[in-house]
Ligand binder design. Sequence first.
Ligand code: ZN
Ligand code: FE
Length: 240
Amino acid sequence: MSLSVRPIPILADNYAWWLRDEATGQVAVVDPGDAAAVTALLDAEGCGLDWILLTHHHADHIAGTAELVARYGARVAGAAADAHRLPPLDAALHGGDSFVLGASAAEILETPGHTLGHIAFSFPGWLFCGDTLFSLGCGRLIEGTAEDLFRSLRRIDALPGETLIACGHEYTLANGRFALTVEPDNEALRARIAEAEAQRAAGRPTVPSTLASERAANPFLRAATVATLAERRAAKDKFR
Ligand code: ZN
Ligand code: FE
């Protein structure tokens, strides 16, 4: 059996993610920065909410948590390291832990860089990675160093190529414009941008993408050294 997964567009450009373990019907939502759209989907699906999974403490990823806990009695899972700045946790997770949703289990990956306590949930076939890795981009280094982020990206890069990358924001086209300044002749990048343009024109999310696609097109995942990653991240911070 497997997971069913859907992106939930929230706020200006965030995605929360709905997942249901098909063997048991257990449901989780990743990063509910706003409760309204999540509630609308749960009600339309006629399902409850068993777990809320938090990748990091930023408000656009956690602000709907209290309302969803009150409404559905959901439990909350997040990084033990950030327990002091996350909503109250029922499961305080460390890297290497297993998080169980019904018959599905995720390995917890520590992915510091954007924030120090950032984690990702690695289910078979799916990675919920918050603001660590975006399609064609990566999160800003708000708390961590380029070295932290480089190690986090290597951890993600060790997953199978077919892994679906379920990230926290619809940033793909903006990221693509910067990526073209790094690798203007990268055919995989040009193809990914064309695909994303078509997806947006059709009113669809550009995510998830596959890890294989990011390996071929994402200049941050493709940075071979910490110095290159640091240089690209700094250039992206200034890019308009
Ligand atoms: Zn964030
Ligand atoms: Fe965010």
